[in-house]
Design a binder for this molecule. Sequence first.
Ligand code: NAP
Length: 520
Amino acid sequence: MVDSQITISLPGLEDGRKADEPCTIVIFGASGDLTARKLIPALYHLHIEGQMPGSFHVVGFARREKTDASWRDEMRAGVETHSRTRRVDNAKWNAFAANLSYHRGDLTDADAYAGLAKRLAGLGDPCLVNNLVFYLAISPSLFGEVVDQLRTADLLHRMEEGDAHWQRVVVEKPFGHDLQSAQVLNNHLLRHVRERQIFRIDHYLGKETVQNIMMFRFSNAIFEQLWNRESIEHMQITVSEDIGVGARGGYFEEAGTLRDMMQNHLLQILSLVAMEPPPSLAAEDIRNEKVKLLKSIRPMTMEAVATNVVRGQYFAGIVNDDSREGYRQEERVNPESNVETYVALKLFIDNWRWSTVPFYLRTGKNLPLRASEVRVQFRPTPNVLFAAQDNLDLHANALTLRLQPDEGIFLRFNGKVPGNSIETRPVRMHFGYDAEFGAYTPEAYERLLLEAMAGDTTLFIRRDEVETAWQIVDDIREGWGGTSLSNREFYAAGTWGPIAADDLLERDSHKWHNPKPAQR
Ligand SMILES: NC(=O)c1ccc[n+]([C@@H]2O[C@H](COP(=O)([O-])OP(=O)(O)OC[C@H]3O[C@@H](n4cnc5c(N)ncnc54)[C@H](OP(=O)(O)O)[C@@H]3O)[C@@H](O)[C@H]2O)c1
């Protein structure tokens, strides 16, 4: 007998979804790293999978001197080096590349936008001319300038109900560096467009497994009924990286891990695992619940920061047999820097469902492996039946949502060891994406670009979300003040973080559960 298959989808996330309306994507920053590594490979894959609109065009905008042909060649090399298949079919590439053109210009030069308008007008089809996705793959310090210039050049309009055409602005992270700068940026963008025209990217939301958190919770009664303070003792969210700052030392000295990772990826994952069920799967309903959750996080007072937040910074060590320099020895890093490359924190969500349940979040660089996972630790059973057994290894149940790599879900429970004694051992049930669905997992940017073309904002961050997250991060930074790192906050590259982070959990009689290497 064959199991029947039921498909439930978020709006805009159906298999085989296609962006229907013809449009032009203008990429500002077309000669940059993000365009070659992520954007063009994603668009190429959408094209070969038949998910691009029947008619589309891509204009690359940057300062460097290039021709259409030389930009196309560079983009082809980008696909060959960085795309998930790394293979390019000549005929398919040629069909795709015929839609790419390069526009040379400076982002601060009004004439360059006038030239862009002329180029777009030359595309003829009113949809290609007027349905425009402006992708800002540039420094956030230029976002305001670009939208001003687009407005002046009559390329960007505030949308009204019933408009025949649309324009959308996609912005990359970092979206501001604190609450105030995010508000300034939001106010600037909103002078020219409506909120529903702004697509703020957090590429974690484009990942299949992150999208699956909601599906998993709300389509499985057995777990959702346990998803509360009665059954769950605590949760851990870990996003570990096995690389250091590399060439990004200059940027990192300004940012630090709290702003670079915690403000966006970890708080996004938290809001999905902890939010209330939305009244519908409409973008605004989902985003309302996420914001509500972020607003329910207990404020990080100075005392809370001192006891519940740990910073860390790596010193020299070995990761995967590779020796690594300390952060302070990295290029363009102050040799006395106190910038954090690791953050662990405990927070509480003051709502009915989660009252008293600690959530532990941690993320850091130069940890032993790259992994993202959520571990849900259930409460132990009452120690009555087995109390008389010596050495009984009775573990509380735990559920792990592995977001990357080796994507899957694991449930740990106790099983009796075969034999005449009463001996138990924790065993695991394992669902792996690859085994169940095959290796096909679209890149996050494929999904995000598709959604931007389709006009669905579900997977993008709304203004109040980004600002609420900054408020949390600002409170923590204020709590840190200008203090230096203590000895207990340094960790050797290749270890799971500073001793102070272990102390944080030990005080609650818990311990970190470190992600395991992929089992391939
Ligand atoms: N790279 C990633 O994986 C990644 C990931 C997440 C977020 N981001 C964000 O995405 C944005 C772009 O990152 P990136 O790594 O691609 O940066 P990048 O490699 O430094 O590229 C910057 C681009 O901006 C263009 N540009 C700068 N000033 C300009 C001006 N005045 N006029 C015209 N073009 C100008 C550059 O063009 P010319 O050099 O030709 O002037 C170049 O194409 C940043 O906000 C970054 O934080 C990047």
